[in-house]
Design a protein around this ligand. Structure first.
Ligand code: PMP
Length: 296
């Protein structure tokens, strides 16, 4: 995967510079300790032009992540959104993934950051999990315990856990890992939230031990408009294994159906599932094909 070429421009601390010429310091807490926060945002080529989906929500979560991690966030959210649109334009990107990262100034001690930098880069990106249904396994790795970190923050260091889980899943021949929380309830996938369908209703783990996904919140909203009952409650591994259907959702993954859990096939065909209806509705929403503004 090539993320940039000699023409690519990125946004660094208020300036647009060539990605190939950008530099960073190697003596920082972000590189050494994973002490940084980031976002994953998508822009879509809609009939209204390039539109960043839920830009404000993503930058607000970035701010919240920084606050929880004691990383300075001296930025104005509206200004960041404006600069992100400029970045897309400068790189001639229409369908893109946008990655803002706040990383800390050189310092090797284990103290809160007093100075940080903001990088925003973007690249063209198709379906993150591919378009086929996902074969998932229950991971032997748990998500970080909320008493060991702020799990609701999108902090760089948390993703070592995600890399371990996807590595294990792929070695075993699966596409994705479903991680449990410290009570052995279903938490989330390595980079997406989980929903299950049972007897015509949807269920998803409550906030607390998961990243509060912006797609998850969108799906819950869409369920209200589509009159689908969606219940937030703790789910066991048996709830997932005995589900009629299930799906993952996230900015990168969008809505991705699950075909098997630990090699057991979920009985409802994806095309007949509530997830498939939500997948279609979500696509229409991000592409602004229907006017959902009143309800979302
Ligand atoms: N959980 C984790 C661990 C993630 O990395 C992501 C992706 N940001 C999600 C859930 C989904 O969040 P969102 O819908 O905001 O992309």
């Amino acid at each position: 995967m090539q993320y940039y070429d000699s023409n690519t421009v990125l946004y660094l601390n208020g300036k647009f510079i060539k990605a190939a010429e950008a530099k960073t310091d190697l003596y920082g807490q972000s590189l050494h300790y994973g002490y940084a926060v980031f976002e994953g945002i998508r822009a879509y080529n809609t009939h209204n032009g390039t539109r960043i989906f839920k830009a404000r929500e993503h930058y607000e979560r970035l701010k919240r992540s920084a606050e929880l991690m004691h990383i300075p966030f001296p930025y104005d959210i509206e200004e960041l959104i404006k600069q992100t649109y400029k970045l897309l334009k400068k790189n001639n990107l229409k369908d893109a993934y946008v990655r803002p990262l706040i990383y800390c100034a050189p310092n090797m001690s284990l103290v809160p950051a007093t100075e940080a930098s903001i990088l925003i880069c973007a690249w063209e990106w198709g379906a993150y999990l591919g378009s086929s249904l996902q074969k998932v396994c229950i991971s032997s790795y748990q998500r970080p315990n909320p008493k060991s970190t702020h799990v609701e923050a999108k902090a760089s260091g948390h993703y070592v856990n995600s890399i371990l889980a996807t590595t294990e899943a792929k070695i075993k021949g699966f596409d994705e890992a479903i991680l449990l929380d410290m009570n052995n309830n279903i938490a989330e996938a390595s980079g997406a939230n989980v929903f299950i369908e049972k007897k015509g209703k949807l269920y998803t783990p409550p906030l607390g031990n998961i990243l509060p996904g912006i797609t998850r919140a969108t799906v819950i909203q869409l369920c209200k408009t589509l009159d689908i009952e969606c219940i937030e409650k703790h789910l066991s591994t048996d709830d997932l294994r005995n589900a009629d259907s299930a799906f993952l959702c996230g900015t990168a993954a969008e809505i991705a159906g699950i075909s098997t859990v630990d090699e057991v096939t979920l009985p409802t065909a994806w095309t007949e599932s509530l997830g498939a209806t939500l997948q279609r509705t979500y696509k229409a929403l991000v592409l602004e094909k229907q006017n959902y503004e009143v309800i979302i």
